[in-house]
Every structure is written in C-alpha cells, then in structure tokens.
Design a protein around this ligand. Structure first.
Ligand code: AMP
Length: 635
C-alpha cells in the first residue's frame, strides 16, 4: 500500500489517534478531554473540553520565534500602496482592533459583520474578532444591499465594519452607500458601523451617532493590549453564508479548535508550506478560500501571507508572477478561471520572472478542465494541483497530499480523498457504493472531519435536512456534486446535482438569481440556468415572462428591458449574479405539477438534447426557448 493510502486509512480507522497527533500542531490553553464527540450524529464536536483561540495560534504564539518576520504583505495595484506587517506589528494592529471591539462592548459570541475590500484592516478585523471570541461574518464586497440586509438579519450582528470604498480596475466602488441602504432594509441593524475611510469616495459622510471612524478609534487604542479570550473548541469562530437550492443563503458555522487543527495539518500535508516561507492566495476574504488560506492557514503555520487588491491582468498579465518573484512565494493558490484568463494572455509574462521559489500552484473552486491544467503546468514547469472543496468543509476534500506522498498528478482530476474524509461515490438509486468509473453522488460518511461546518447558523434542523437526507437508507453528507472514481483511485467531479451554478468559482443559487430578476416590476416569471462559459466555467442566463408585453414590443425596447433586468439583479443581489442574457418568452417549460424544467432549458442553451420530456406541460414552451436562443423569438 502507498504511503498516502496508509495515511488516509489510518485517519479513518484510527480516527482519534490520528487527529490527536494532528492537534499537537496548534497551541491549547487547556487540553481537550475527548478527540471526537459523535454522540449526537450527524453533529460532531471535535477536541471537546479543549480551549484555544485562532488569533493566539495565528499571531501570539509566533512572537517569540518570529516576531520580526513578515506576517502580512499588503499589495494594492489599485491604489499603488504596499505595506508589510511583521508578526509583532500585526499583533499590535490586531490588539488595537480588538480593543475597539471591547470598548464597544463586543465580546464572546457576538457577531460582527465585515463588509470590506481587500485591505489590511479587513484582516485585522477578522483576527480581532477571533481574539475577543466574537463571531465574524465576512460578506463578499460584490453582494448588493438586499443580499447584505438578508445576511444582517440572519446573523444579527452587534457591529459592522466596512470601508468607504473598494477599487476594481482603477474604478472606485463605493461600499458605504450599500451599507447604508442595507441597514435601512434590515430588521436587525447593528448599533454601530466602524468605517475605514480610505479617502476614495469623496462623497462619504459618516452618520452621526452610528458610524465610527476606524483611524480615530485606532489612535485611541494605540497602546492597548487586549487579552485573548479562550474558547471551548466547539465555540463558533465564524459564519460564512453560501448559496444552495433555496433563495435563502445558509450561514455555514465553523468551530474554533477543529478548524485550527484542520488548517495547521493541511498547511503541512497538502500545501507543503513551512514557517518562514510565503503563501500567495489570490482569492478574496469574502470567500472561504480567503478565510482559510489568506488569513488563518498561512499565519497559523508561521508563514507570510500576501493580501492582493487588484486584477490578475493589471497593469499587465505578469503582475501575479512579479509578486511571486519579488516575495519569494513558495505556495500559490488560485482558481481555474484565473488560469483560463491568463492562458489567453501573451506567454512572455510567465517567462519574464524568476519563479524558482514557487514549489506548487493549487487551484480550486470550480472544475479545472484538462487543457487548462496541462497548459499552466507546462507554462510554469511546476506541479499544479487541482483540489476540490466547499465552503462547508473549509479545507480540501479531494487533493493530492504531496506532503505525505508524491503521487503522480493526473490532469483533469483533483486526485484522492483527503485524510479525515471517509468519502464514497454513491449510486443515487440505492446509496450503494458505485463501481470504478461509475457515476454517483460524492458523499462523506460522518463524522465530518475537524474544520468542517458544525451546523447552519441558528438552524440545526436545516443542517441535518439539507446535507444529510439525500439518501433514505443512510445518513451521509451530500456534497451535491456528481463524481466518479477511476480504477486507479483518482476522482473526477462532474458537476452539481442541485440547482447551484458556479460562476468563476463563486457559488450562486439559481433561485437567488431568479428572485433578483423578479425584483424588476415588469417580470412575472423567470427561469435562470447556468450555461458553460469558456472562461468563467458557467454563466447564468435568464428566460423571463413579462407582465406588460408592450415593454418589449420592438428589439430596441427588448434590449432596454434586458438592461433594466440586469440592473435590477445588480441592485438586489450584486453584479456577480447578473445573467449574461435575458431572453423573453411567454411560457416557461414546466412539468404538469408546475416544476421548472431547468435541466432541459440548460441542455438546450448548451446545444444538448433536452432529455426526457414526458412530464412537460406544454411542449411549445421548449420551442420558445429554442427560438429565443436563436434570437428569432419575440413575444
Ligand atoms: P464553494 O463552496 O462556493 O467553494 O463551491 C463549492 C463547489 O465548487 C463544489 O461543491 C463544486 O461543485 C465546485 N468545486 C470546487 N472545487 C472544485 C474542483 N477542484 N473541481 C470541480 N469542482 C469544484
């Protein structure tokens, strides 16, 4: 048996011994008394009785050995700013931010909603929450006010932290007006909003009595030391909202001790990152990858982490490689979409920089097609590792685990189940394990390993019902992805089993986009589907029925209406959910019981066979879809 297989089997068969060893990678204020409490399946409590703190593990414990080492390098090609913080300096900034929280009465168990661009203060804010035991909920800056308000009402934060504006491609993107609007819409607005005023939005005006200036508070807390609040291992560290089949996003709740251990172990076994080295993850702090591998993972491992605000092709397509060369990056983590964007650029940019420090490039978040995988591996002359995971798990489910064994990389596959995951490919019909090369649902036999979501925020029942009831006969966690395992044990992900689409690695529920489309006053009904896109993997397109057909009576009017619908989505959900096209029809394909036939619509949009249509209510609806796609249908 190979070394990795052995390692994996041990993690399942001798689960407690295995994780007890991994737990030694982090500091415990009080040792745990039980490795895994699985007395109430499918809920798992890892490292029960143990007390620890994520901020302590990310910063304080490194001060003695690497206080003067760089901890955080902030690079913005949007503002031209670059700033470096050593562990000691990061410690100071986080203590100041934690002091502000404490002064405002924010402590253990309180929620803090962070809605910020990629600036160092966002990292300080996250770590400060962890320090005082507050639960952060970072919302991606691309979400609009209605989405933000829904998250505010679910998390009921005691405080929000934001900035006047972000920047993208040289253009200012005001954040504060969206926050103001969200707070107007929310039923549970927080008392205060701390605003980092970057001086980008000249229109920015604080609201007296509610908005507080970060810089002023920082000065007032300049010399403060805020002691760490020790948390029981299962105490929540953060909530991160993610989309599913319903229009209502779920708050993925993460624990403290299990997460610390999972990240520390992954930095060693999967990412092969060593203390003193540098990691560059190109995600955003609003996504799970940003939480785990911009902020917590590298810092817990004593590595320097890079926070990059900017685009991959600005000022030119060499910028990431320049960052790698300038900072001697050894571990890099990015997305398949980014790789596809770079593939279209002049190859000279890759050849221009000395990338000898780089050991591996990791890609995740969406399917990595084989040609792109091959291209980037050849262009970099480095191992490129496709790995598969979800917001729910917080760290990889499928990956090559090169820190344990240098298994060969096969293009187009994220390799093997990661240690700790008892992963099975199950037949949809009877929940039996699929044979090699047979398609099934990618499932995980509980307990989920440390670091994975512990519940849906405020809704244990929803956690169980959403994730553990796909099969009548077995309580297993469904990833909602189809997959196959080949005869050599390599796994392939074949797409979602549900109505979730993945745009450039960002998960969006079709229901959520449909609700945003319907916020337009002239839309009666809509179906949104994801269609294959050569760069972004998938793009949403919409088929809508209007209330007043006069609004789309001519091609010009229809185009204006389409634009109006797109604007409504931007406003309601955020530009990340904007459909690339809105086609107008008078009828949507549905079953006789009224269920939208999204799969058939999607198949037509991708030029495939629409499949079994015996249950369709009115076949004319599909004809309209076909004609709308061909551009010759106008209701
Ligand atoms: P998110 O939680 O937004 O990161 O989305 C997770 C989903 O993205 C998974 O359930 C998959 O559908 C998809 N995904 C993530 N990584 C990969 C990968 N390496 N290959 C294929 N699909 C992936």
């Amino acid at each position: 048996m190979g070394a990795y297989q052995d390692f994996h089997q041990r993690s399942i068969r001798h689960r407690d011994a295995f994780w007890s060893e991994q737990a030694a990678l982090v500091d415990w204020h009080r040792p745990f008394t039980e490795v895994c409490d699985f007395s109430r399946p499918p809920f798992a409590r890892w490292f029960r009785g143990g007390e620890t703190n994520l901020c302590h593990n990310a910063i304080d414990r490194h001060l003695a050995s690497r206080g003067d080492q760089k901890a955080l390098i902030y690079i913005s090609t949007e503002t031209g700013q670059e700033k470096t913080y050593t562990f000691r300096e990061l410690y100071k900034e986080v203590n100041r931010a934690a002091g502000m929280l404490a002064t405002l009465g924010v402590g253990k168990g309180d929620r803090v909603l962070i809605y910020m661009p990629m600036i160092a203060e966002a990292v300080f804010a996250m770590l400060a929450c962890a320090r005082v035991g507050a639960i952060h909920s970072v919302v991606f800056g691309g979400f609009a006010s209605a989405s933000l308000a829904a998250r505010i009402d679910d998390a009921k934060p005691a405080l929000m932290i934001t900035a006047d504006a972000g920047m993208r491609g040289g253009r200012a993107i005001p954040y504060k007006p969206l926050v103001d609007e969200a707070l107007r819409l929310a039923r549970h607005p927080p008392r205060n909003v701390i605003v980092v005023n970057r001086g980008i939005d000249k229109e920015y005006r604080p609201l007296a009595g509610r908005d507080l200036d970060y810089a002023t508070l920082r000065r007032a807390h300049a010399e403060i030391n805020t002691p760490v609040t020790w948390l029981e291992s299962s105490d929540p560290s953060y909530i991160l909202y993610t989309s599913g089949t319903t229009g209502r996003p779920k708050g993925v709740q993460r624990d403290t001790g299990g997460y610390a251990v999972a990240l520390a172990a992954s930095m060693q076994h999967i990412y092969c990152g060593n203390a003193g080295e540098t990691m560059f993850t190109t995600s955003d702090i609003g996504w799970v990858v940003g939480h785990s591998y911009i902020v917590y993972g590298p810092l817990i491992a004593g590595m320097t982490t890079i926070l990059y605000e900017g685009l991959p092709i600005r000022p030119d397509a060499g910028i990431w490689w320049k960052i790698v060369a300038d900072n001697q990056v050894s571990v890099m983590f990015s997305s398949p979409t980014a790789a596809r964007v770079l593939k279209k650029q002049d190859p000279k940019y890759l050849a221009q920089y000395d990338l000898s420090s780089l050991r591996h490039l990791f890609l995740a978040g969406e399917p990595l097609d084989e040609p792109t995988h091959r291209w980037i591996a050849d262009a970099l002359h480095k191992p490129v590792i496709d790995h598969y995971w979800q917001t729910e798990t917080g760290w990889p489910i499928l990956s090559a685990v090169l820190g344990v064994e240098k298994t060969p990389i096969k293009f187009g596959t994220p390799s093997f189940p990661v240690y700790g995951y008892d992963l099975q490919i199950l037949r949809e019909s009877d929940a039996a394990e699929a044979a090699a090369d047979e398609k099934g649902v990618v499932a995980i036999v509980p307990p989920l390993p440390p670091g994975c979501m512990t519940t849906v925020w405020g809704d244990d029942e929803r956690f169980v019902n959403t994730y553990f009831t796909s099969f009548r006969t077995r309580q297993v966690y469904s990833t909602f992805d189809w997959g196959i395992r080949d005869k050599d044990g390599y796994h392939f992900i074949l797409g979602r089993t549900d109505d979730v689409i993945n745009v450039a690695g960002h998960r969006l529920g079709t229901r959520e986009i449909e609700e945003a489309v319907q916020s337009h006053p002239n839309i009666a009904e809509v179906a949104v589907v994801g269609v294959a896109d050569p760069i972004k993997g998938q793009m949403p397109i919409a088929f809508a029925v209007v209330k007043d057909a006069a609004a789309i009576a001519t091609p010009e009017l229809a185009r204006a209406q389409e634009k109006g619908v797109m604007d409504a989505v931007d406003k309601q959900l955020g530009a990340i959910g904007r459909p690339s096209h809105v086609h107008f029809v008078t009828l949507l394909p549905k079953t006789r019981s009224g269920k939208l036939l999204r799969r058939s619509i999607q198949a037509l949009a991708e030029g495939r066979d629409p499949g079994d249509l015996t249950t369709i209510e009115d076949p004319a609806a599909l004809d309209q879809i076909k004609r709308a796609l061909a551009g010759d249908f106008l209701p």
